[in-house]
Design a protein around this ligand. Structure first.
Ligand code: MTE
Length: 431
């Protein structure tokens, strides 16, 4: 991957090298005064502090419905998706990243989930949209959105991780922030109809073994899905977090395949063809495969292996002061629930058990915490997830030993954050 360009916007990623460059350029100012500088920048206007009556208490605020669709406080304006300009040639076939370092709990708000489009966002009039189910079925179906909503519903919280998440880190530490290293993931509650129910309605023929879902966007995304997954926990969803899917996430219909790589979760779902063998589409031959050191291609790697990331502190969320520190992170597995997460402060020499908090659900994000006292010494922060199958998240070295360096996809190696004495944090690797 080429050297990233320096940017004006400091919340954008820089390479590790350019981070070091800028750190050196600022020299002693950063080294000696990061805490002091930050405190000065955050110094509030004393007129609004006790014992004074703050300005917002001195007049009436806006009335109800002044914001018919609510939005976050203007003071949270930097909590947004971001992209990496040099990564792709166009924004239509590109990716944006979830601001993991600023989120709490396990649910991603609908406006903040990363997006990955191959042909831009399709803006679909639901009245003119149909879901066709055909091929090896007894009764081909042509369903309207209203038809789909007349089937029994299910609600399910699931993470969606792009197979290319952390892909830019295969050859070494590159992007300075968990938004960019791990932000191709979101976790929402979907509402929809089990795909199994729709297939029962169509009546599968005995030789039905594979499905080909297709999107209605300009890329006409298609992937081969084995029938076992379709009959297990796949959902045709029309809502996320209680409201209709957002256009960027596939409005009005998307396929949900809990635990499996995001590329297969076809958005703007318009067609499901039933067949007896896989189609070997572009997305499962030239893309979303990995060339192993022995020249073999690793294909049909559907489930996302267990992985975790410390979201705070992290390069975009530096440490502000010494003393009691809450370390927070996320863990997930495409093969079940998270059983435990360990945290290391010294680059993997010693591990301590993190505390899981909130719901620990099958194939969903799980929040973990580790509280400790920071005395200002440098730290090498790591987290390691273990899922209910007993699988342990590997080191990056172990992953590379097995898969070589030609990969992009399925990088679930342990991430290291280097905390400097001034509280700044950088993306590094330990031997
Ligand atoms: N479906 C269609 N129709 N078109 C697409 O470009 N991108 C896929 C998948 N489904 C895509 C699609 C990829 S690569 C991923 S990772 C996920 O959607 C991203 O889902 P999101 O944009 O909701 O995060």
């Amino acid at each position: 991957m080429s050297e990233p360009k320096q940017r004006a916007n400091s919340s954008r990623p820089t390479s590790r090298r350019s981070f070091l460059r800028s750190g050196l350029a600022l020299g002693g100012a950063v080294g000696a005064g990061a805490f002091a500088g930050r405190a000065a920048a955050e110094m509030p206007d004393a007129k609004n502090l006790p014992p004074n009556v703050p300005e917002w208490s001195q007049s009436l605020g806006d009335g109800v419905v002044s914001r018919p669709y609510g939005r976050p406080s203007k003071f949270e304006a930097d909590v947004v998706r971001r992209d990496v300009e040099w990564l792709t040639a166009s924004r239509q076939s590109s990716v944006s990243f979830t601001p993991l370092h600023r989120l709490e709990g396990i649910i991603t708000p609908n406006g903040l989930g990363f997006e990955r489009h191959h042909g831009g966002i399709a803006e679909i009039d639901p009245a003119e949209h149909r879901l066709m189910i055909h091929g090896l079925v007894e009764k081909p179906l042509m369903l309207t959105l209203e038809d789909v909503k007349r089937f029994p519903r299910v609600n399910r919280i699931a993470f969606l991780e792009c197979a290319a998440n952390s892909g830019m880190e295969w050859k070494g530490a590159q992007l300075n922030g968990c938004q960019f290293t791990h932000g191709m993931i979101h976790c929402v509650m979907y509402t929809g109809v089990p795909l199994k129910r729709l297939l029962e309605e169509a009546g599968l023929k005995t030789n039905a073994k594979w499905l080909l879902p297709e999107g209605a966007d300009a890329s006409a995304m298609t992937r081969s899905v084995p029938i076992e997954k379709a009959l297990d926990d796949a959902i045709v969803a029309y809502a996320m977090n209680g409201e209709a899917l957002y256009p960027e996430h596939g409005y009005p219909l998307r396929l949900v395949l809990p635990g499996w790589q995001g590329n297969m979760w076809v958005k703007w779902l318009r067609r499901i063809k039933v067949g007896d063998e896989p189609w070997h589409t572009r997305e499962e031959t030239s893309k979303y495969t990995a060339l192993l050191p022995d020249g073999q291609a690793r294909r049909f790697t559907w489930a996302m292996d267990a992985k975790s990331i410390i979201t705070d502190p992290s390069p975009q969320a530096p440490l502000h002061r010494k003393g009691f520190t809450v370390l927070s992170g996320l863990a997930w597995s495409g093969r079940g629930a998270i059983r435990s997460v360990d945290v290391s402060l010294d680059g993997g020499r010693n591990w301590r058990a993190a505390r899981l908090d909130g719901p620990v659900l099958d194939k969903a994000l799980t929040r973990f915490y580790y509280e400790f006292d920071w005395n200002g010494d440098p730290l090498l922060l790591q987290s390691r997830a273990v899922d209910e199958t007993g699988y342990v998240q590997p080191t990056k070295a172990a992953l590379r030993q097995h898969r070589g360096l030609n990969s992009i996809y399925h990088n679930n190696g342990i991430q290291t954050w280097h905390v400097l004495p001034n509280g700044e944090i950088e993306n590094v690797e330990v031997a």
